[in-house]
Design a protein around this ligand. Structure first.
Ligand code: MG
Length: 271
């Protein structure tokens, strides 16, 4: 099942997307995460996907956890050893935007804005100290993320949270695909293109720590709550490690696409 959040007739609402038609439902995000489904009698109005504005397909998560250096091919391009354990950082939830929204930054703040194609995990149930064997039971679903990164701030600060958390730097969507449709999240093609040119192309099988390991690892240290998100790292091909370096600029269009999960497109505005 594909869940979307959208705006129609001035109202933000949740819906189920099937073959480019959205059926509105009168459920809250908490109810959806808990596995509730609309009654047959409750099926709401229908909209063509292209006739409404899609929003980020999540509520306001309590946490957006992100994982650094989690693809073997990315470690090879950065000439670093694979980490011995997951490298965790945070993106503030205020950075979230939806499909089609603009990634906006000030040239006075950063001049090195980069893309990172990532599979995003949406937690469905409270997870504390769960085992790797049980971890996927706590996953509600998956969506596409772009872990947009201001490299000058990320590396200049010595820690990453500011450069990863600028407003608009966490595009998500277009839909959350429920976990039953993706029984093995480690077999998905993942790619990114900037202005129509492919810049990242890999597979989630290159992840050093897979989704189950990440959920289990995080839950040993802190409680994962319904709606929390884990961005699982990016494969090789990011702009900062290309020669010459490649950063995004005003008017650019960036697309992240993950097999069976979706295609997320955003444009860039430099103010
Ligand atoms: Mg990342």
């Amino acid at each position: 099942m594909q869940w979307v959040r959208f705006e129609a007739e001035g109202v933000s609402q949740w819906g189920i997307l099937r073959a480019d038609v959205i059926t509105a439902v009168s459920l809250t995000w908490d109810e959806i995460l808990a596995g509730q489904l609309p009654d047959v009698s409750d099926s709401g109005p229908q909209y063509q996907r292209d006739a409404v504005r899609l929003l980020a397909p999540v509520g306001r998560p309590g946490k957006v956890i992100a994982i650094g250096k989690n693809y073997l091919d990315h470690c090879r391009e950065t000439n670093t050893e694979p980490p011995a354990r997951p490298l965790i950082f945070a993106k503030f939830p205020t950075a979230i935007i939806g499909p089609g929204d603009a990634i906006i930054w000030s040239a006075a703040l950063t001049q090195q804005v980069d893309y990172e194609a990532e599979l995003a995990v949406v937690i469905g149930k409270t997870a504390r100290r769960v085992s790797e064997a049980d971890a996927l039971d706590y996953v509600f679903g998956y969506t596409v993320a772009n872990d947009v990164s201001a490299r000058d701030l990320q590396f200049g600060d010595g820690q990453w949270v500011r450069g990863k958390s600028l407003d608009t730097f966490c595009p998500l969507g277009p839909a959350v695909i429920t976990a039953d449709e993706i029984p093995d999240p480690q077999t998905l093609a993942i790619r990114c293109e900037l202005n129509g040119i492919e810049r990242q192309a890999s597979t989630t099988s290159e992840m050093i720590f897979g989704v189950a390991q990440l959920v289990a690892f995080c839950s040993q240290a802190f409680t994962l709550e319904p709606g929390d998100m884990i961005l699982t790292g990016t494969p090789h091909g990011v702009g900062a490690f290309r020669d010459p370096k490649l950063f995004m600029g005003d008017g650019d269009t960036v697309v992240v696409e993950i097999e069976r999960v979706g295609r997320l497109e955003n444009r860039c505005i430099v103010e």
